[in-house]
Structures are given as C-alpha cells and as structure tokens.
Design a protein around this ligand. Structure first.
Ligand code: FAD
Ligand code: MG
Length: 317
C-alpha cells in the first residue's frame, strides 16, 4: 500500500513533467511518504522500487527515454554502499582513506545544545526536536542540521552528529548515514571542496517552511510568534515577544552563535583546507553506465529487465 501511494505521487509528478516530488516540494508537516526505513530493513526490495519507478514513468511517457533523474536518489544509496566496501573505517575520520582529517572543535556544551534543539535557531531546533521525538526527518532537515553542526556554523566533528543520527533515525544505515555526513561536512565526495557555501538557518528555513507550520509544531515556545519574526525571534521587539508569550533568552534561547560571523569563520577554515588538499580527486561515478556497472547491471541487462518488467505487467493486466 505504501509503495502504491508513493508511486501515485511519482506518476502525478511525471504527468506534470517533473520528478522527485518529495524533493521539489517537501511537505514537512504532511504524512511522510518516505520508504527509507523499509529499504533499510528490507521490507521493501530496492529492486522492486527501482523498476516500479521506471515502469511508472514508462506508462506516463511511453515514447520517451527514461531519465536517470527519476531514480537518482536510489543511486546515491548504492553509491554510498559501494564506497564503503572493504573500508571498515568508513564511519570514522581516522584511518579512513577517503576522509579528510579536519581539526574539528570538541565542544560538548555546544554539541548538546544542537542535539537537544536548543540552538536558538528555530528552523534547526524544529528539525532536531522532530528527529528525537519521531525518529525521522526530511532530507532538507538532515542537510540543514548536519551543515549547521559541522562546516556551516559550529565546526563540530561530524562523527558526533553521526552518532546522534544513528541512534535516532528509523532508517539509520551504516553506509548511507556516514557517507552523507562526510559529504555534508565536506570531508569526502566533494569535487575538491567546491561547496564552501553553506545553508543559512534563517533564509533556508523560511524557504522550506514558508507558513511556519513546521517550526510552530515542534518549537512550541514560538507557537504565537508572528511569521515575520518566526525564523529570527530575537529581532522581534520586546512588545511582540511579550504578546507571543515568548521572551528570547528566557522562554526560548538566544541564538548560540551569530550565523554571519560563524559561517564566515568556517568558510575561511574550509578555504585553507581546500588549498592543502588540491590533489584530492573527486570520487564519484562519471556517468550512468559507470553507476550501473558499480551495481553489476550493464546497460544491456537494464534494457532486458525493462522488457521483462513490461511483459510481466502485460500478463498481470
Ligand atoms: P527520496 O528522496 O524519495 O529517495 C528515495 C530513496 O533513495 C530513499 O528512501 C533512500 O533510500 C535513498 N536516498 C535518498 N537520498 C539519499 C542520499 N542522500 N543518500 C543515500 N540514499 C539516499 N538515508 C537513509 O536511508 N539512512 C540514513 O541513515 C541517512 N542518513 C543521512 C544523514 C545525513 C546527514 C543526510 C544529509 C542524509 C541522510 N540520508 C539517510 C539520506 C536521505 O536524507 C534519506 O534517505 C531521505 O530523506 C529519505 O526520504 P525519502 O525516502 O523520501 O527520500
Ligand atoms: Mg531525498
């Protein structure tokens, strides 16, 4: 049932000429349509999901080639799996040949503030509180909180963040979780650390949660804060804070760092690391053919599978 529900959403997107509906329009307060815990525990076969997506596309656009983008997220999963093969140190910084050694801070107090959703940035706090309460958060929330902890703001070790995700996420997966943490923190998989730009916890939050419903659901202290100040409540005039029953610094924490300053310091550090690591190659598949070869599926076998898949569906009809 869950798979059919998900495939319906995908087909609707295909009809509108889109793909990855869950990414394009993240519905943070709706029912999650993610199947990631099922993929993690094997209660949904990754192959079934992959071929069903392709078949769903074929039904909507019978005469066009199937774009790789519709299954690209699944490929990332395989990619992180492949990259962890024969690397028992894949979830650590030390002795891990693909991970840069970065001199992260070891600040237990700041780390706890991040973990417990007490950073003073409502968007980040909402994400962390949902994680701890419900065991699942959307990709945009994972990306924001991981970036904030590491190269974005706090410069704290990604391995500490990984431990938190690993204990709370329903879909926690050894290869995928560590792979994403290394990627977000620019420790691996970056084309020479191109991505020195980081996520702004105010602007990005506003973009992802334009009506503020998500923040209000998880950060109850701010439930009466006007939308104008919801993502930066410390800017609300004293009178507005009083009316909203939320005095910043008393009922809800003041921001633990100044994002502008913190992120620019992080960027300077990253730039230095970038200078030092010029020769590190980008570790990623170059084309769909290469990605398929990683999965022991050649282009011919893929086309053959599609024919078999269509044949089976015809019989089923
Ligand atoms: P969709 O976008 O619909 O993707 C479909 C499937 O593709 C997912 O169910 C998942 O199996 C796979 N997938 C999607 N994005 C990624 C990705 N970036 N890397 C690898 N596979 C992906 N996903 C996990 O399954 N387990 C984890 O432990 C995990 N840890 C993460 C940690 C961090 C710091 C970040 C940034 C991402 C992490 N992800 C993890 C990846 C991603 O956030 C989730 O897979 C996704 O949010 C699940 O929602 P979905 O099924 O709707 O995703
Ligand atoms: Mg995703």
């Amino acid at each position: 049932k869950l798979l059919s529900f998900r495939l319906e959403k995908e087909s609707d997107a295909f009809k509108m000429g889109q793909s990855l509906p869950n990414q394009l329009y993240p519905d943070l307060t709706g029912m999650p349509m993610s199947l990631s815990p099922h993929l993690r525990f094997g209660s949904l076969s990754i192959r079934k999901f992959y071929w069903s997506l392709r078949f769903a596309y074929m039904q909507v656009h019978p005469n066009s080639p199937i774009p790789a983008s519709i299954t690209s997220q699944l490929i990332w999963r395989e990619y992180f799996y492949c990259m962890s093969v024969n690397n028992p140190a894949y979830n650590r910084m030390k002795e891990n040949p693909i991970c840069l050694n970065i001199d992260w801070y070891d600040d237990e107090i700041k780390f706890q503030q991040w973990k417990m959703g007490q950073t003073g940035y409502p968007w980040i706090d909402a994400c962390m509180r949902q994680l701890i309460q419900e065991g699942w958060i959307h990709q945009v929330c994972r990306h924001s909180t991981a970036c904030f902890l590491t190269r974005g703001d706090l410069w704290i070790d990604w391995q500490k963040g990984l431990k938190v995700f690993d204990s709370y996420l329903l879909d926690a997966d050894w290869s995928v979780c560590a792979g994403n943490w290394m990627w977000v923190s620019s420790s691996a998989f970056e084309s020479v650390l191109q991505c020195t730009r980081c996520i702004c916890p105010i602007r990005y939050g506003r973009r992802m949660d334009p009506r503020g419903d998500y923040v209000r659901r998880y950060v109850l202290e701010l439930k009466d804060m006007p939308l104008q100040f919801l993502f930066e409540p410390w800017l609300a005039p004293q009178k507005v804070q009083q009316e909203a029953n939320c005095i910043v610094g008393q009922d809800y924490p003041s921001p633990m760092v100044d994002h502008k300053i913190a992120s620019s310091e992080c960027k300077t550090r990253m730039d230095k690391i970038k200078q030092r690591s010029k020769d590190i190659p980008h570790i990623g598949p170059a084309s769909e053919a290469e990605a398929l070869s990683f999965m022991w599926v050649s282009m011919e076998r893929r086309d053959h599978k599609m024919t078999v898949c269509k044949h089976n569906m015809d019989i089923a009809k």
